[in-house]
Write a protein that binds this ligand. Structure first.
Ligand SMILES: Cc1cc2nc3c(=O)[nH]c(=O)nc-3n(C[C@H](O)[C@H](O)[C@H](O)COP(=O)(O)OP(=O)(O)OC[C@H]3O[C@@H](n4cnc5c(N)ncnc54)[C@H](O)[C@@H]3O)c2cc1C
Length: 409
């Protein structure tokens, strides 16, 4: 398997520290050596590449921003570069690491008790334990504040009832971070696999993120101990803080996916001969596509690095993250389409990574806040006016319409 040389039109490498380049190169080699040889098969068969989990743990790819429990405490840019390289391999693999790190280890670390941290962080860091994050419900995606899952305090226990949908790693998880409504608002809970009343099953028929497991979770009078609550959670905003961490990584990941489809299309266009013995790269229409891709990738790389520098300076706002996620995933989606065109018929077979990235990016475009919802978050930041709910009608509606309460994502 040949080594990926990188995509760096604007010499953005010079903006990275030696440590950041080293982290990037380590994950880049892991993706070339371990991920690329097996990923098409896993995607085809709809299987998560679980054999890679301990290897990713050994490379400290889970919880890499945490600096306790022997974890490396990497800065924002180094963490982002991990996500970029993993998503160059596969969006499903990057999703696995995002969920484990940002949606499970982060909330346990930030909002958990000492006992919860000591129990779960070391096992999640090695990959000995797998986690999932249950927020979305069948009727509440962009508007999680409307959730119906409840947690009721009964004696010395919490009793959970409700269901969660579209949960990455749901059936694989040893531990689920679940968000539920209590008398005091939304709180996070740690629910262990095997707890009576807790069920999970896989969602089938997915044509996107096939190398990632997506599941439904059910809670039917599921009794968990009083200390299963994440004690420092106070509301939905804590769930949104987790999503902000994950979306930051996705902003980097999108560029990783775009780098892979661009590089594949570039190499292909130089080799593929049509008309008078000329490679298709010699045609202006093909060059225009490549020029568009490299321009947008370069802009996305600069955006990601600035987000990382803001993160490390503690100045990163959630609307900055929205811009990164929205722009870079859109760039990845457009690059996948253009690369697919350049590859002609070979663009639709998995001998090349393009069609897999093209299908994967559809999930990434929708999850962790859809493209449009991030547009509304940016719109609110610049105008000061939230526009998630429909505007009030001037005339009284025939029937009162309840608008669901809660922050959008
Ligand atoms: C593969 C995959 C993995 C996932 N993993 C997880 C996970 O691990 N944990 C988890 O909790 N969730 C997960 N999700 C769920 C994901 O976060 C939701 O799908 C996402 O939030 C969008 O919700 P929805 O699909 O219900 O779409 P909807 O909210 O129904 O939106 C449908 C469309 O309406 C638009 N729309 C909605 N509201 C507005 C508005 N106010 N203004 C304008 N347009 C609007 C949206 O932009 C979108 O185009 C996953 C999803 C996928 C596909």
């Amino acid at each position: 398997m040949s080594r990926f040389p990188g995509v760096d039109f604007l010499d953005v490498d010079t903006l990275l520290t030696e440590e950041e380049r080293m982290v990037r190169d380590t994950v880049r080699a892991f993706v070339d050596d371990k991920v690329k040889p097996i990923i098409e098969e896993h995607h085809r068969e709809g299987r998560t590449p679980l054999a890679l989990v301990p290897e990713m743990g050994a490379l400290n790819l889970f919880g890499a921003s945490i600096s306790e429990y022997g974890l490396p405490g990497l800065g924002g840019v180094a963490y982002g570069l991990i996500m970029q390289e993993l998503e160059r391999g596969d969006s499903g693999l990057r999703s696995f690491v995002s969920v484990q790190s940002s949606l499970v280890m982060y909330p346990i670390y930030a909002f958990g008790s000492q006992e919860q941290k000591d129990k779960w962080i070391p096992r999640l860091a090695t990959g000995e334990a797998i986690g999932c994050f249950g927020l979305t419900e069948p009727d509440f995606g962009s508007n999680p504040g409307g959730m119906r899952t409840t947690a009721k305090k009964v004696g010395n226990e919490w009793v959970l009832n409700g269901s969660k949908q579209w949960i990455t790693n749901g059936t694989l998880a040893d531990v689920a971070v679940v968000w539920a409504k209590t008398e005091d608002g939304v709180r996070g809970f740690v629910v262990e696999k095997g707890t009576p009343g807790f069920t999970s099953s896989d969602q089938h028929g997915k044509f996107s993120l096939r190398a990632s497991t997506t599941s439904e979770l059910g809670f039917h009078d599921c009794r968990i101990p009083a200390d299963a609550i994440l004690p420092k959670t106070t509301g939905l905003k804590n769930a949104l803080m987790c999503l902000n961490q994950a979306r930051y990584g996705i902003a980097w990941g999108g560029i990783g996916s775009a780098m892979e489809t661009y590089y594949t299309a570039l190499e292909y266009s130089k080799e593929r001969i049509q008309f008078s013995g000329q490679p298709i790269a010699s045609h202006q229409l093909v060059q225009e596509k490549l020029a568009w891709m490299i321009t947008e990738i370069s802009k996305g790389q600069l955006l990601s690095i600035q987000l990382g520098r803001l993160k490390d300076a503690d100045k990163l706002k959630h609307w900055h993250v929205s811009m990164g996620k929205r722009n870079n995933v859109w760039v990845a989606r457009e690059c996948a389409k253009l690369a697919r065109e350049i590859l002609g018929a070979n663009g639709i077979v998995d001998d090349y990574p393009v069609i897999r990235h093209m299908l994967n990016i559809e999930s990434v475009y929708t999850y962790e806040g859809t493209h449009d919802i991030h547009g509304l978050i940016i719109g609110e930041a610049v105008t000061g006016i939230p526009s998630y709910n429909p505007p009030e009608r001037s005339e009284k509606p025939a029937k009162k319409v309840e608008t669901p309460v809660g922050a959008a994502r």
